[in-house]
Design a protein around this ligand. Structure first.
Ligand SMILES: [Zn+2]
Length: 270
């Protein structure tokens, strides 16, 4: 993955007040130029960034980063790719200890993955259910990952309707499924995939999602937008994504930025 430079970003516009609702800044991919990355984000207008955790080490690193940088927020949890780490006797207790130390905006990222085979679905399911219980108990929203797993994710969330909410991030399930998750009370996360010319299902979701129910995200270091494919994704590229979403929705970019930031503030209290 190539890294961005100030020169490379120079042609981009700045839209003040952007919230990046999903970026893995604790990833080793950001180690080399972490501070520069935050500066570039600020220059693009990004005022706050929410970092979902992926595993136990990630939880600790994110807690440390949120204490150090006022623009950063954190979510506590275990990613479905890392769900093999889930131990029903120990993991939930460790989460509760960290949660009691405060400053968390959400639980996740959790969810279900059926494209990659990193971990059996039953184990992902157990980890997901434990995190739903934690979200309910702590009155925090969930950050959900869903890849080729709309039906089992929906079936798991359905009994919790009205008791837990959150976002299904980087949504790729098409508009019919998006509508079902919206009906359960969830928000929909939209990022760099919206800039791909052939991502028609993502475009349809971006066009149809109600203005008060979607979030802007990078999912950095992954999923960089066109024309920055091949570069590491980071929050400073969100103006490109916001411009494409504005075009798809027939709204001004500043409107799209304001709405998504209001939605993130409401959902995560940030
Ligand atoms: Zn993620």
């Amino acid at each position: 993955m190539k890294l961005l430079t100030t020169e490379k970003l120079a042609p981009l516009s700045c839209y003040p007040g952007i919230i990046d609702s999903h970026i893995h800044l604790d990833s080793p991919a950001f180690e080399a130029d972490f501070e520069a990355c935050l500066e570039r984000a600020a220059r693009a207008g990004v005022s706050r960034m929410l970092m979902p955790s992926t595993d136990a080490n990630s939880n600790r690193r994110i807690q440390q980063l949120t204490r150090q940088y006022p623009q950063l927020r954190g979510a506590l949890g275990l990613h479905p790719h890392q769900a093999a780490e889930f131990d029903p006797r120990e993991t939930p207790a460790a989460w509760r200890t960290l949660l009691a130390e405060g400053q968390w905006c959400a639980i996740g990222e959790t969810g279900l993955e059926q494209h990659y085979d990193f971990c059996p679905l039953e184990v992902q399911q157990a980890s997901l259910e434990a995190q739903i219980e934690l979200a309910f108990e702590a009155r925090l929203p969930l950050i959900l990952h869903c890849r080729l797993a709309e039906q089992p994710l929906y079936d798991t969330l359905q009994p919790w309707q009205g008791k837990v909410g959150g976002v299904v991030h980087c949504f790729t399930g098409g508009w019919e499924w998006a509508r079902k998750f919206l009906d359960l009370g969830f928000y929909i996360g939209i990022g760099g995939l919206a800039t791909l010319p052939k991502a028609e299902e993502v475009h349809q979701v971006a066009q149809n999602v109600p203005a008060d129910r979607w979030l802007l995200e990078t999912d950095g270091p992954y999923l960089s937008p066109v024309p920055f494919r091949g570069f590491r994704n980071e929050s400073s590229l969100l103006p490109v994504v916001a411009e494409r979403i504005a075009q798809l929705r027939g709204q001004s970019v500043s409107e799209v930025v304001r709405q998504s930031a209001e939605n993130a503030s409401r959902l995560f209290g940030m």
